[in-house]
Design a binder for this molecule. Structure first.
Ligand code: NAD
Length: 487
């Protein structure tokens, strides 16, 4: 199946932090790929803006080197040259006056203007203020902000207020790249495009839901930042919470930004308090045979007494009519046995087995894989083939998108490509609204405050395991088991 590419209108996109890691690894590669498939019009312009003093040609060379590394298949192509022609650079100080007049001069036309804040959040307010006061805002202006959006409710409110002082909510795009993943949108298509699932999508038929985001990597070079954050702030408050919202929300009346975000917000507001015994926190240990290459969490972050978690699992409840009695188990961690982001919807057992005790217990499971190998598997119970009575067996009905839809389905799947094009198109559906982010912090803050008040220390877990023992106990107490990643 060939994906359809609808070109966007001509635009000027400024990437503040255009020399940074995120720009090199994600933003510029995503733009090049969209350019190569013909979605970006040839007269669009992409302007890197950062502190380093560079001429345009130097920045183009900087971008070329980044793209050779992250989009190697385009090295030496006419497409790459064409893309680089679109690239410009301005040296700018987000906190001062330097460079702003140069930036203003880069906007000869009144057309879509996007400002990507790929810089530390401490600069968001300064940038917003200067974009406005330098007269850069027209009626098709959007600003894009990256996570982390605050570290608690108070800081998120302050950031929202700093942006709201200069921009309308309809102009603000808060990125959570999880929402740009193909399967995440498919989640909505599966739920709301089929008759099959929605009638069963409630506590009468769903026993529980598991959301797992497991990584094999450690904190890497982000140690200092991560140690101030931890898995709860870095993953649960945003990515896992967004997945939970899409799984649990009521059908919006239409697929439009505020209709979808209103329903997501209701889910977050319906989340009950989480009791301390419904949470497990962990910190990974060094690999004994190779502590140099795979150090412990505490060594990796350079803080021998750190009490920050690199793993968290918890049991949450969405207190509304649809979900009363169906727990949501969330877990995420680093240095685990596998890299996997999966949502498992575990249906209840059939109310009565006509096949007797010996047939065993069987329940349907709908697994939605976000990565790797994006796809959906429905586990159904059938008769084990062959003679010898009625023995039941669970078999997967598997739909791997790359197989079902052809390799081009995978090619279009990069979250940043989709999200940046949505910014240009002015579609906020896959971006978080300010009140959503605040509601998410309002739920996570008491959990984190509780850990701090009780002086809780995370439980060590082995690198390459499925996490701390307490996480297994958390779900085993309810006579359930984690799906997917195993020790
Ligand atoms: P980075 O440190 O690599 O780059 C920072 C950029 O900001 C540089 O281009 C620098 O020149 C510019 N900058 C700093 N101070 C400035 C000032 N006063 N005026 C103008 N420009 C200034 O950071 P990064 O890793 O690219 O991350 C950027 C943002 O994106 C951060 O908020 C980060 O938390 C977020 N983020 C990064 C990643 C990632 O994978 N790198 C992932 C998600 C979110």
């Amino acid at each position: 199946m060939v994906s359809r590419v609808i070109p966007v209108d001509a635009f000027d996109l400024v990437v503040f932090g255009g020399t940074g890691d995120l720009a090199r690894r994600k933003i510029l590669p995503a733009l090049l790929r969209r350019y190569c498939v013909g979605q970006i019009p040839p007269n669009a312009s992409i302007i890197g803006a950062a502190r380093s003093g560079m001429e345009r040609a130097e920045y183009q060379e900087f971008v070329r080197i980044a793209l050779q590394e992250f989009v190697p298949e385009k090295t030496g192509t006419a497409e790459l040259e064409g893309f680089l022609e679109r690239v410009d650079y301005v040296q700018i100080d987000a906190r001062g006056t330097d460079g702003w007049a140069d930036l203003v001069a880069r906007f000869p036309q009144d057309r879509i203007r996007a400002f990507y804040f790929s810089v530390s959040p401490v600069l968001f307010g300064d940038l917003a203020e200067r974009i406005r006061s330098n007269g850069l805002v027209n009626d098709r202006t959007r600003i894009v902000v990256e996570k982390p959006f605050g570290r608690d409710l108070a800081t998120a409110k302050a950031l929202n207020a700093a942006l709201a002082a200069h921009f309308d909510e309809s102009e603000i795009y808060r990125i959570d790249h999880y929402l740009g993943k193909e399967t995440v949108q498919n989640l909505m298509a599966v739920r709301f495009g089929n008759m099959l699932f929605e009638p069963l999508w409630n506590s009468q038929y769903v026993d529980h839901i598991q959301i797992t985001v497991a990584e094999t990597v450690g904190v890497g070079g982000r140690g200092e930042y991560y140690d101030q954050s931890g898995a709860m702030r870095d993953m649960v408050q945003n990515h896992l919470m967004q997945l939970l919202c899409l799984i649990a929300m009521e059908p919006p009346a239409k697929f439009d930004p505020d209709a979808v975000r209103d329903e997501k917000l209701k889910v977050i507001r319906a989340l009950g308090e989480v009791a301390p015994y419904h949470i497990a926190r962990g910190q990974y240990e060094a690999v004994p045979s190779n502590p140099q290459a795979q150090p412990s969490y505490r060594e990796a972050v350079g803080n021998p007494r750190s009490t920050t978690e690199s793993y968290v699992a918890l049991k949450a409840h969405v207190s509304n009519w649809r979900w009363a009695g169906t727990p949501f188990y969330l877990r995420t961690g680093k240095r685990l046995s596998a890299r996997s982001s999966t949502i498992d919807v575990m249906f209840k057992d059939a109310p009565h087995s006509i096949f007797g005790e010996s047939a065993g217990r069987h329940a349907n499971r709908l697994s939605i894989r976000l990565q790797p190998n994006e796809g959906i598997t429905l586990t159904v119970t059938i008769k084990e083939p062959g003679p010898g009575g009625m023995r039941l067996v669970d078999v997967p009905l598997d739909m791997t998108f790359a197989e079902a839809l052809g390799p081009t389905a995978g090619e279009t799947a990069d979250a940043y490509e989709r999200l940046i094009m949505d910014v240009i198109r002015g579609n906020q559906t896959l971006f978080m609204r300010g009140d959503e982010v605040e509601a998410a912090w309002a739920w996570t803050d008491p959990i984190i405050d509780g850990w701090n008040a009780r002086g809780e220390v995370p439980e060590p877990y082995e690198t390459g395991s499925s996490g701390p023992a307490k996480a297994d106990q958390l779900i085993a107490r309810d006579r359930r088991v984690w799906q997917g990643i195993k020790p």
